[in-house]
Design a protein. Structure first.
Length: 235
């Protein structure tokens, strides 16, 4: 019996055996070759037709196997479409976050940071986020010239605590406007020095997207922080 010879397929396409082998494991599309990931329904049907034309007449392809292959292809195609849809959702969410972050530019915020933007003659509220009880706690305010003021806080309990700075130095003189560095620390029960997170008033001047989609805010003090560090937003 004469067997028809099908036209030669482009070498960039996988053989029918490769395709059917891949379809037997549809749950892991990542293992498919690049060319196979780009196959469409027409390519699949053309390859299946070629296999039927070249099958051994004494051992024809089992219809059940054909159904299994078609089902596997549909599952693979659905998985690839789902992956594409999920990628689009993630990108859309990232774009939404960027738009929301852009609305912060020019606004005053309270953010977990190490510097604040002081307005001359105006008192500042400094919030401490204390993780564990500490003793001999201190709050130190400094500028480019050195320490401006140091406050003894004594023993502090875990939780949030607000410290009011009247905008004066250690001599009681009003300090000029500008950025000031603020750090707080205390001694834990083991005698080790622990830093205390400070929530400070400042203003957002720009927003940037880092590698990986992380949003960074540049503050009026020049400090750069994560958007997640923002605790309060005001006009």
């Amino acid at each position: 019996m004469e067997i028809n010879t099908a036209p030669t397929l482009p070498t960039t396409q996988p053989s029918p055996d490769e395709l059917l082998s891949a379809l037997n494991a549809p749950s892991d599309p990542s293992k498919l070759k690049n060319g196979m990931q780009q196959l469409g329904q027409e390519d699949f049907l053309r390859l299946l037709t070629t296999q039927l034309q070249n099958q051994d007449p004494t051992d024809p392809l089992d219809p059940k196997d054909m159904i299994t292959d078609l089902t596997g292809f549909n599952q693979l195609e659905a998985t690839l479409k789902l992956n594409k849809s999920m990628a689009e959702v993630v990108q859309g969410f990232a774009n939404l976050q960027t738009m929301q972050a852009a609305t912060l530019i020019g606004k005053h915020v309270k953010v977990q940071a190490e510097s604040l933007e002081h307005v001359a003659g105006q008192p500042e509220q400094i919030k401490l986020d204390i993780a564990t009880p500490l003793k001999d706690a201190k709050l130190v305010i400094s500028d480019g010239s050195g320490v401006v003021k140091e406050m003894d806080l004594g023993t502090v309990n875990a939780g949030e605590q607000v410290i009011n700075w009247d905008g004066t130095d250690s001599l009681g003189q009003n300090v000029p406007a500008g950025p000031y560095k603020v750090i707080a620390y205390g001694e834990d029960e083991n005698g080790e020095i622990q830093s205390i997170a400070t929530i400070l008033p400042t203003r957002v001047t720009s927003v940037a997207i880092q590698d990986g989609g992380t949003l960074k805010l540049t503050l009026a003090t020049g400090e750069v922080v994560d958007m997640n560090n923002v605790r309060e937003i005001s006009q």
